[in-house]
Design a protein around this ligand. Structure first.
Ligand code: SF4
Length: 455
């Protein structure tokens, strides 16, 4: 057949530099899996840019993360008109309420086993009745759609930059209350690490802080290794269903100090702003680090980078109703840690330099306006669509332009009841009653100040 394929993946722009392109290719790993599934079903898939969407009949768009909605909204507004069907999918296709004007069809969850039927129906001018498939003009906030589940994709497949990858696991065995990756993808395959598919794409396994191997020097390959602490204190971690006790954290730190070779830079992901957090929780983190540093035997200085990730609740997780703290950790994170460690300002990101341990805060802590924009993208309703279009035009919020948005978006930071969430239409593999029970048990025990503590 001559002419471009009827179906094309939308690739916004290809960076010129090779390393940037490789990083971008990872972001399109899911879409490349979908291309592979379509081609195995005999449907050819090309690529298009915003300028060329109207050469195809079906456009496949990937929304990998919440900020992608803003970029997609801006790009989509400039697409030429044409007789094409826009199908969206990806991990951040959750709250579609304010974005209905951007697409024709949305697939919730894993699309690899149904995409050929969805695309085939679109090419034939039909619709596929399926609980994971939403046609935008049929949207109803009180409807019912399900996040589709499949196990690891059974074939190797090619990324945009030609790398061949394989998916060995889906989901995570640990089930932290806030984690979309865990609650939206049922765990199958081997044990999961903190870096999701990163283990495959970067070429090696990693471990969670709860794994026995996390204290084994053979597990450290040098370079960067990631671990999720995900809560400044034991109480907050238990609230978030991540059972890392103070003893385990100290044991892990001490084991690294005891390694006979440099483990490289160890990055600790830490969710901050878990509801009811206070400076006492941050003090506990500093106390644990300082205690291990003091007790460690003689030896070289090992480095830890702390990545502060501002908590925001994802739909269809046990923590979906929790509030977002109105703190700007970009401004306050480093001073608070220095106060807790009792250290004076030193090198730009440094918060502690002890005998055996140094701790820096990683660059890239999100500002409050950026966090609130994402909270809004996850919780805005159909009526908020005009405001979200304006927000997309101003994204990414920074400088003076950001200030007025804080008051405007603070409404999405409040604590919700499940029935008031705009994403109440969405269900996942776990029964809603089970998630609510887990949430109530954790909140009642570890954060009774929250409104949802009393079911
Ligand atoms: S936050 Fe990390 S450890 Fe927790 S469920 Fe998600 S992937 Fe697993």
């Amino acid at each position: 057949m001559n002419g471009p394929p009827e179906v094309a993946m939308w690739i916004p722009e290809r960076p010129a530099r090779r390393e940037h392109f490789s990083a971008m290719a990872m972001g399109f790993a899911g879409l490349c899996m979908i291309r592979d599934a379509l081609e195995r079903a005999g449907i050819a898939v090309g690529e298009c840019s915003s300028a060329t969407v109207n050469r195809h009949k079906v456009i496949l768009c990937s929304i990998q993360s919440v900020p992608e909605w803003f970029r997609f909204s801006e790009a989509r507004a400039k697409w030429p008109a044409g007789d094409y069907t826009v199908i969206i999918g990806g991990p951040a296709v959750l709250n579609v309420s304010p974005w209905l004007h951007l697409f024709d069809v949305a697939v919730f969850g894993r699309a690899d086993q149904i995409v050929a039927s969805v695309v085939g129906a679109a090419l034939a001018g039909n619709r596929l009745p399926h609980p994971a498939v939403l046609y935008a003009d049929e949207f109803d906030p009180d409807g019912a759609w399900r996040i589709e589940q499949t196990g690891p994709y059974p074939h190797d497949y090619k990324l945009l930059d030609g790398r061949i990858v394989a998916e060995r696991t889906t989901g995570c065995q640990l089930g932290c209350s806030f984690c979309a990756y865990s609650w939206h993808r049922k765990h199958e395959g081997g044990r999961q690490s903190e870096s999701g598919v990163g283990g495959d794409l970067f070429g090696g396994a990693e471990y969670t802080m709860l794994d026995g191997k996390a204290t084994d020097s053979a597990a450290y390959r040098g370079g960067f290794t990631h671990f999720g602490l995900d809560g400044m204190s034991e109480r907050l971690r238990h609230l978030a269903n991540k059972a890392i006790t103070r003893e385990r954290f100290r044991e892990w730190l001490a084991a690294i100090c005891g390694m006979d070779r440099n483990p490289g830079v160890v990055r600790i992901y830490c969710v901050v702003g878990i509801p009811t957090e206070t400076e006492a929780d941050w003090q506990e983190f500093a106390d644990d680090v300082m205690a291990v540093d003091e007790d460690a035997g003689a030896g070289p200085l090992w480095g830890f980078r702390l990545q502060l990730n501002h908590f925001r609740p994802f739909p269809a997780t046990p923590a979906q109703t929790w509030p977002v703290e109105l703190h700007d950790y970009r401004r306050t994170g480093i001073p608070t840690l220095r106060r807790c460690f009792g250290t004076a300002p030193a090198a730009k990101q440094a918060v502690f330099t002890g005998r055996r341990i140094w701790v820096n805060v990683d660059y890239g802590v999100e500002s409050l306006p950026v966090v609130l924009s994402q909270a809004a993208a996850l919780r805005a309703s159909v009526d908020d669509a005009p405001m979200m279009r304006v927000l997309a035009r101003e994204w990414p919020l920074s400088g003076q332009r950001a200030t007025p948005w804080v008051a405007r978006l603070a409404a999405y930071a409040k604590e919700y009841l499940v029935g008031d969430l705009p994403t109440r239409y969405l269900s996942t593999y776990a029964a809603a009653a089970g998630m609510a029970k887990l949430n109530a048990a954790k909140v009642n025990r570890y954060a009774p100040a929250l409104e949802t503590a009393v079911p």
